[in-house]
Ligand binder design. Sequence first.
Ligand SMILES: Nc1nc2c(ncn2[C@@H]2O[C@H](COP(=O)(O)OP(=O)(O)OP(=O)(O)O)[C@@H](O)[C@H]2O)c(=O)[nH]1
Ligand SMILES: [Mg+2]
Length: 406
Amino acid sequence: MFNETKPVDRTTSQPRPAQSPVATVDSSPETTGVSVLIPTYNERENITTVVTECLKALPSSAFELEVIVVDDDSEDYTWQYPERLFGDDPRVRVIRRQSSEKGLAQSITDGFGAATHDFCAVIDADLQHPPEKLPELLDALKEGADVAIGSRHVAGGGIENWPLWRKIVSRGATTCAGVAIPDARRISDPMSGFFAVRRSVIEDVDLDPQGYKILLEILGKGDYDAVTEVPYRFRQRERGESKLTAEEYQNFLEHVGQLAVASRNLDEVIDPMRAVRGAEFAFVGATGSAVNMLVFVLVVSTNAHFLLAGLVAFLAAVNWNFAGNWLVTYDRPSGNLLRQYATFHGVSVVGFVAYTGTLTVGAISGLPLLIANLFAIIAGSGINFFGTETSVFPTGATREPVSGQV
Ligand SMILES: Nc1nc2c(ncn2[C@@H]2O[C@H](COP(=O)(O)OP(=O)(O)OP(=O)(O)O)[C@@H](O)[C@H]2O)c(=O)[nH]1
Ligand SMILES: [Mg+2]
């Protein structure tokens, strides 16, 4: 009965039935080559245990193993511990990333580049993922799966002691991922950080994730057919701090936005990152229009001329939009804030002309004032976005658009 799990096609993923310990022992003589990647950031208290557990779970009798710790230059010197404690064990390697681009998913992407085996497994350092389940993930690959996912949401899987809000957020994120990435829809736990993958799945793929969710990047862009899910229980973090900040939630939404474009091959026409900024700009703009409307109504209620009300409302919205775009759309870009503020106002003048022109034409042609004002906002913000992309936060457009992309 065991090992009956046949990899199924890409559109459906099947949970792998719970295996008795006996069944996971690979009886075939040859060993399985596997690279285990562990992303670390300030995991001094956990790193020794997790490396030890991985070495124990994948003995040399059955596995040709390398454990690669990918550390983002932890302040607590996490990267030094494996070097000191496992320095003479050729199976253990440390990559100390000292680039400005910190990030879990980016680290794993670099880890894939350094890995030498055909099977690559990814496991967190804080022991929330059970190293003893690694052989089952690899068995699933040996049985033909291209991607083997440790799942909390199939029979036998689960999450220990998570507060309700995290369960709700995680479910919401899973739904988001399913909406954005068609291939993730039939996978019960696309948000998993515990998985194994055949190198061929990512070989010719330009992995460029943002934030935490490297598996989503692979599901959205990878070249795979069969996915198998292996149940596991996500344990509570015992030691060390969580690195899951609010910024990671924004990273997640931006990443999913990019994958929504890329997984539909729209990245041939639009730069996914620009599409995401466009959506964020529209979101900020939408809140800005609410500010605009509010101020417009307030000023109009003082019997001021509608053009004056429009001017005051527009300036209020411009300032709101500047703050919102600086904070959200362009992620607090470096550069001279005053220059950015002034240029944003300059760009908004052109938008304002379009705004006023549209409002005037709308009012004169008898459109209800509020509708005319709405059209004016759309005309204005449409111009503002490209003006902002090109001259206010040019860094936002650092990603050189490939020819033919907008
Ligand atoms: N290299 C690298 N690793 C990271 C980074 N952020 C987190 N990690 C590691 O990624 C793994 C998952 O991070 P956690 O903070 O545990 O995230 P989480 O499991 O969702 O959150 P908790 O349940 O609170 O632990 C851990 O091994 C972290 O050390 C980073 O920026 N760079
Ligand atoms: Mg954790």
